[in-house]
Ligand binder design. Structure first.
Ligand code: IVH
Length: 768
């Protein structure tokens, strides 16, 4: 099925912005749903999504091509997946204006923000009014007729569906992609997060939210800290991470709880007609129902309840991120129906992010793993969204200048995704500081002259970055090793940041390959920080053995993880996976990188996609082809493809220039040689993770561009499920997976009667 993608290449700047927005949404969805590590606030995410939706509207992008037509996805690897009887949708949001400032539990000075707050409220209020009008229209209710509503706190946890039969919990399932979710019955039972037995017989499915109370979160983090393990970033992510633990028994006593708020379906039981009474029914069964739920008449009252409840947030033992307003007449829910993604019977009011003013005392400079210099705000400590903040990243010096942030200013602090503190802007209502922050000329750590890089992004905006160019800079050395050991890279157990710092300090490791030469005795006697009671601690024999075991285990992680751990500019996890999948070994990748830099036609053609005709002709001739002078660009492309040139996905020329030249520098090749010598695998063998019936032992042919998966990813998934891929269609081909611009292979498949799948069909097959 060929379809025009919303982000097809084009010169139209709006299309380019759309493509850039889609890429950002994909990245943030990946971080949120797959990694449970969001980097931006919900409000900032919603802003991106709204901008994407409005551009899609302007450009009349068909629904089928819209990235936001799919729901978020929290599926985890290794869990059984089941289809929801009733899809788990999400609620429409009465968005709040992200640029208002708001302080929880305290009244903002009246003269300070009235216009901002009024604007913000109007946005939310406008949407609520519109929602009420639609509900009244659909239910044929006159404007003056009562409209009973229920207002409930919106718990910031993870959605869950619980099925009960004959009084017993029989299945707990996550939301997954909304259509099917992961089975976590053992996890819910072990955590005692919901009742295992209830009095009602028959069968029914309740929906609600699993959450980690703040106290449980703090206690768990203390334990993790004591074990030198990575701490949870916030209760929501902590809860998501815990419920994905395969060892369900380890959840005992950790304190995961739930609030239930709906019955999705039922058989053999009678339920009351109103939502409010159903909440009572749930309570009577022993389900925890949020005590903050209240009734109101019409959205005016409901909105007042939302605003008033804000003040109660700090008194709760758990996080809420807004309020949910629901039509009380549960029979009417059916009549109101659903839009593409949301039921019409409810709407969510999201709280604006908490923004708190504080003094900017100084700006210091942090040297990152790639040498990037990041200005850091040193703040008068202030309490924001659950923790005390005294430092915040200011991203880059150009942004600092654009925001005109000066030392001595009062700045507004917000937490991205309730995790990472950010300086939003200067508080214009306070007296301004006088000291502007100059651009650095020398690295604050090693004194090297700073390099300034200017690069345009897809939307044409110029990004200015300052770098320390000295790979031997002590800060860079430390940050690179920390990164190599981190979860997104080699995930070396026992090698936390504190240990890396000490190894670097003692001169025991400078490069990743040095780590694999560490000896038990050096490690055991490594002096760690002096504890608060003045006792000098050593790393100790047990920790040393654990670390050595962690290093040993990491040797088999494969090429993608090694690449991701190198801290090469622009070489993140995704590109590392693509490169490893395509080249399968370090030697082949290095040879390609060198060929690309030497402008050899095969390599150059694989990467450079926007070539003009003369360049294309030149390469084709250098390949030994004899294209006719009159050949069109498309004909030339077909010709080079026929000569076996495979375009690489997921990498553009600028990225390729950076990544391939860095990979070929002696700094990197020496590390890779050292790693190989230490026995670290630099190959990317496709490991069969779990054979999937219908895929295992069968051969697939991929053709054309798939809407979301790259060629490498699709191949990886097929191989991981025990299947094989081939470049040509024959009678032995089990399936042809066809995307946009599928050509002769698709025609051949039709001729031979080979079944054809699109991406969705492939994904369905892979689920087994
Ligand atoms: S009603 C169609 N009530 O908020 C979904 N949702 O988009 C109907 N949530 O992830 C949900 N507290 O899991 C409802 N009291 C509450 C809620 C609640 C939290 C979550 C829900 C979903 C999101 C709504």
């Amino acid at each position: 099925m060929a379809k025009a993608k919303a982000n097809a290449p084009t010169d139209d700047p709006r299309r380019q912005e759309l493509a850039a927005l889609e890429a950002q949404l994909r990245q943030h969805d990946h971080l949120y749903y797959r990694r449970a590590q969001p980097e931006i606030s919900d409000a900032a995410y919603d802003e991106l999504r709204d901008r994407y939706a409005s551009l899609c509207g302007v450009l009349a992008v068909p629904d089928a091509d819209r990235y936001d037509a799919t729901l978020g996805d929290d599926h985890a690897v290794g869990f059984a997946s089941v289809r929801h009887r009733v899809p788990m949708l999400s609620l429409e949001k009465a968005n709040t204006e992200p640029d208002g400032y708001h302080r929880e539990g305290a009244d903002a000075p009246a003269d300070e923000i009235p216009t901002e707050r009024a604007q913000r409220d109007q946005t939310a209020w406008g949407k609520l009014e519109k929602w009420e009008r639609r509900v009244r229209d659909l239910l044929a209710l006159a404007a003056a007729a009562p409209l009973p509503l229920v207002v409930e706190p919106k718990i910031d946890g993870i959605s869950v569906s619980l099925t009960y039969r004959d009084g017993r919990l029989v299945q707990a399932v996550t939301r997954g992609d909304g259509v099917s979710g992961d089975v976590i019955t053992a996890q819910v039972e072990a955590a005692e997060a919901a009742p295992i037995a209830v009095t009602a017989r028959g069968a029914f499915e309740v929906r609600g939210e699993l959450y980690l109370p703040r106290a449980a979160f703090v206690a768990l983090n203390q334990r993790l800290l004591a074990d030198d393990a990575r701490q949870l970033v916030n209760p929501r992510n902590g809860c998501a991470g815990l419920m994905k633990r395969k060892d369900a028994q380890s959840l005992r006593g950790l304190g995961v709880r739930s609030f239930l708020y709906a019955i999705a379906w039922h058989e053999g039981i009678a339920l009351p007609a109103s939502h409010w009474q159903r909440l009572d029914w749930l309570r009577a069964q022993g389900f925890p129902v949020h005590p903050g739920a209240a009734r109101s008449n019409g959205v005016g009252e409901a909105y007042a309840r939302c605003l008033a409840f804000t003040a109660q947030r700090p008194t709760l033992d758990h996080d809420i991120d807004g309020m949910v307003i629901k039509v009380d007449d549960a029979d009417a829910w059916q009549r109101l129906g659903v839009t593409e993604h949301h039921p019409r019977w409810g709407i969510a009011y999201k709280f604006p992010p908490e923004r708190v003013p504080t003094l900017l005392k100084a700006v210091t400079i942090q040297v990152g793993k790639t040498g990037k210099l990041t200005p850091v705000a040193e703040l008068e400590p202030v309490f924001v969204a659950g923790t005390t903040v005294s430092r915040a990243s200011l991203h880059n010096f150009a942004e600092l200048a654009a925001k005109d942030v000066r030392v001595g200013d009062t700045v507004l602090i917000e937490k991205a995704g309730e995790i990472i503190p950010q300086v939003v802007r200067v508080d214009a209502s306070r007296p301004r500081g006088a000291v502007a922050v100059p651009w650095p000329e020398a690295c604050p750590t090693c004194g090297s002259a700073v390099v300034v890089e200017r690069r345009d992004d897809v939307s044409g905006k110029q990004n200015v970055t300052h770098y320390c160019p000295n790979p031997g800079c002590p800060d860079q050395v430390r940050e690179r090793l920390r990164h190599f050991a981190s979860r997104g890279a080699m995930d070396i157990q026992g090698l936390g940041a504190a240990v890396v710092d000490k190894l670097v300090e003692r001169g025991l490791a400078k490069r990743p390959d040095d780590l694999f030469r560490l000896r038990q005795e050096d490690l055991a006697s490594l002096e760690m920080e002096t504890s608060s009671n003045g006792v000098q601690r050593t790393f100790g024999a047990k920790n040393a053995s654990n670390l050595l075991a962690g290093l040993e285990a990491s040797k088999a992680k494969g090429l993608a993880r090694v690449l991701a751990g190198l801290a090469v500019h622009d070489l993140g996890e995704k590109l590392s996976e693509d490169l490893a999948a395509r080249f399968t070994s370090w030697e082949t990748l290095l040879a390609f990188a060198r060929a690309y830099l030497a402008d050899e036609p095969r390599a150059a053609l694989g990467v450079r996609k926007g070539l003009k005709k003369p360049e294309l002709l030149g390469y084709a001739r250098r390949l030994g082809l004899e294209p006719p002078e009159k050949a069109t660009i498309d004909e030339l492309k077909t010709l080079v493809r026929a000569a076996g040139v495979q375009p690489m996905e997921g990498i553009d020329e600028t990225t390729a220039d950076t990544v391939f030249s860095e990979l070929t520098t002696p700094v990197i090749t020496t590390v890779l040689d050292g790693l190989a010598a230490a026995g670290v695998s630099l190959a990317a063998e496709a490991v069969v993770q779990a054979a999937v019936a219908g895929v295992a032992g069968r051969t697939f042919v991929l053709t054309g561009t798939l809407p979301t998966l790259s060629r490498e990813q699709a191949e990886g998934l097929i191989k991981a499920a025990g299947g094989a891929t081939s470049g040509s269609v024959s009678k032995k081909t089990a399936y042809v997976v066809a995307g946009e611009e599928a050509g002769s292979k698709l025609a051949k498949a039709r001729e031979l009667g080979v079944p054809i799948l699109d991406e969705a069909g492939l994904l369905a097959l892979l689920k087994g």
